[in-house]
Design a binder for this molecule. Sequence first.
Ligand SMILES: Cc1cc2nc3c(=O)[nH]c(=O)nc-3n(C[C@H](O)[C@H](O)[C@H](O)COP(=O)(O)O)c2cc1C
Length: 392
Amino acid sequence: MTLPAHKIVNIADLRRVARRRLPRAVFDYIDGGADAELTLRENSRAFEQVTFRPRCAVATPSCDLTTTVLGTTLALPFLLAPVGSSRMFYRRGEEAAAREAGRAGTAYILSTLSGCRLEDVRAATTGTAWYQLYLAGGRDVATAGMARARAAGFSALVVTIDTPVAGLRERDVRNGVKELLTKNPWTMAPFVGQFAARPRWLAGCLRDGGLMTFPNVMIDGAPMPYADVGAMLEQSVVSWSDLGWIRQAWNGPIVIKGVHIAEDARRAVDEGADAIVVSNHGGRQLDGVPATLRCLPPIVDAVGGRIDVLLDGGIRRGSDIVKAICLGARGVLIGRAYAYGLGAAGGEGVARAIEILRSDLVRTLKLLGCASIAALDSSYVDVPPEWIARRP
Ligand SMILES: Cc1cc2nc3c(=O)[nH]c(=O)nc-3n(C[C@H](O)[C@H](O)[C@H](O)COP(=O)(O)O)c2cc1C
């Protein structure tokens, strides 16, 4: 037990511990956003602008936190979002995170850009697992990845559509991420001090094989090396026309992740998606787009209940999850909230992040006088008046 209860009260505490344990380049990779980080900050700030309307003097001795997504009932209304390179945060990071999601009765979404083999991640959890697709390496490589994921037992495919190029993460540039990947000692030299300053992380990383590769992206029989992900994404843009062959190759439920506007939500429904995630990639892609919470109500209206609508971005407390559900989300994805936990203390940290959010949810429901996630609706919140104005 490395995380004393009195010191780790909320997600911000896990972030603080992760910052102390991880080299700067790794911490900033998790924590940072694109450009001026406007959207990164907005995602969280939007939750602060929504206020609650509790029903007081209502006894709720027990609270039902279950939600049903793609027909599967989850014990919690939040899923663990795809977070690439989790293996750099902690030894066998994706397996550790998936295991804790399963123990808590919720789903884990594995990124294509995982450091652990998808079969090992699937085997690590007793819970639901979905596979997130990038077309890294091209169509044939992606098709082979999907076939492996289906055979291993991943039950849904998450197609991320907001990444035609990697956003400019200015912190990564300053930390020398590109130079560190050159493997040229002279180029790397100015940036290696940050690793020496974190010997515990370094020892764990070396024991885990050092710099990870991407074993779910097999190119000519070998895992794709850890390289410039931005360049790779630019060569593997997903467009609506790709959904046809992806559906043929997958033959299971498809979730479109990265929907910002009602028009794209309608398009996703028309293209046969089974669910969408209202997401701006946690403020890591196009800086200047609004907070996802603000985008949610018009998207929920456009979808009109035809498919499940999920949301991610900025969730750091259980009350944030409640607000998103009040505004029409069926559930949410958490990204950094658990990634900080993984960086702080591996599986124990992920479990703590999940437990913090779970107990927040119960307390918030009781204080609202609402016995279940399913009973939440817009009558439990007030939104700023300008949010209600519609586009003509
Ligand atoms: C370090 C990191 C890596 C990510 N990698 C991926 C990825 O590989 N695929 C993807 O679809 N989204 C990725 N995302 C975006 C998350 O799935 C999610 O949309 C975002 O983290 C939600 O915002 P939050 O971190 O504020 O909860 C990543 C996010 C972070 C923080």
